[in-house]
Design a protein around this ligand. Structure first.
Ligand SMILES: [Zn+2]
Length: 71
């Protein structure tokens, strides 16, 4: 299926500090092993959201699939 580019992009989010919707920029979370991305208010750099990057490590899923097919 040709659905490889389903990246979630939030262009604007409400910032409680600014009191209005602001453009956001993404910053990968620095936590080791974390795939979360912080969404920072472009103006005041407050974290206004967070989303998890879809797991790109397909080998696990593929292995399961192949395991099923081979049974
Ligand atoms: Zn703000």
């Amino acid at each position: 299926m040709g659905r490889q580019f389903n990246e979630f992009k939030a262009s604007e989010l409400y910032c409680p500090k600014c009191g209005s919707s602001q453009p956001v920029r993404e910053r990968a979370s620095a936590l080791p092993g974390s795939k979360a991305v912080d969404l920072l208010c472009f103006r005041c750099a407050t974290v206004v959201g967070q989303h998890t990057v879809i797991d790109h490590s397909l080998p696990g899923k593929l292995a399961t699939l192949v395991g099923k097919l081979l049974k």
